[in-house]
Design a binder for this molecule. Sequence first.
Ligand SMILES: Cc1cc2nc3c(=O)[nH]c(=O)nc-3n(C[C@H](O)[C@H](O)[C@H](O)COP(=O)(O)O)c2cc1C
Length: 319
Amino acid sequence: MEKKKVVGFSFGRKMSNTDVMIKQALLECQDAGMDIQFIRGDDLNIHICTGCCACVGGLMSGKGRGTCVHKDDWDIVEEALMSSDAVIVGAPTYEFTPTGNFKVFCDRMGPSHDKTFRGPAIEKGVAEGRDPQTYPDARSMKPRVGAMITNGGARTENWLSFTLPTMYAFMFPMGIDVIDQYKYYGAMNVEHVIGRSDVMERMSTLGQNIVAALNAETEEERIKWRGDKEGTCPVCHQDMLTVGYGKNKVECPVCGIEGTLDIVDGEIKVSFSEEQQNRSRLRDAGKWEHSNEIRDGAMTQKKVENLKELKMKYVGIGE
Ligand SMILES: Cc1cc2nc3c(=O)[nH]c(=O)nc-3n(C[C@H](O)[C@H](O)[C@H](O)COP(=O)(O)O)c2cc1C
């Protein structure tokens, strides 16, 4: 049987906390017989997304592969992703979010790697008997699991507040089922995470969790959440909520789903119906809802009369 492959992507400094945390988890996977690969995002030359939408336009027309117009090191990332069965992604916390370069990678991931854009393009290419080089890589649709890691120098957890929720941007387009996450804060207190045996042990456990998910015999077991706590949202397991919609309505900003918040016996109770959970952008139905909305928007887009002339007023400012 072909070995399963776990790929780690780090956006930290070379051989610093994030790199080593991911490597510890990868070593655990290797010990369990998995192939491993480690990629440092900052060592690659990856250009920012220009917003041209050629990638997703090609997918929507069924004529493209979802590839980017940039000629840079993305091929390395693409092959690592396509050959993977599991992805561990780690980014330090900068300004209470993941690093800027991490977000550069996220923009290159979606929508070009969205299952609901790639899937129909693959089906069309296969149905038309075309050369596989003219449609997206069929491995795009492979089920994958993943885990997310961050660390922050601050002693207080609230200085890492947006990092893990934001890291879903790397995982959701390809439908990578996140099964574990870890946030190490107070990193400035110790010279290097190697000096924190508890954190290093937790990284071994994270690696074991990936192995358990990859070896699972049922789908339920494969995608089982193995993080330290369930979290407020039952889909993404984060504790973030958007309020302000009136009454007791709340939204999970990661999943984009509606729920309710009530105070029961002095405690906050948040619930999301099954229907809403299935609308999460982390799940297929939620992804279809959005990609259909984009397709529809592109087809029915209202044109602005005399746009070229109207824009003239702004030409030359700051150019
Ligand atoms: C520009 C910048 C902003 C940072 N902002 C935060 C922050 O908001 N919260 C925090 O906990 N640490 C912050 N830090 C500290 C880093 O998270 C910390 O140095 C971390 O250990 C770096 O990870 P690495 O060792 O894997 O590179 C910041 C560091 C830099 C360089």
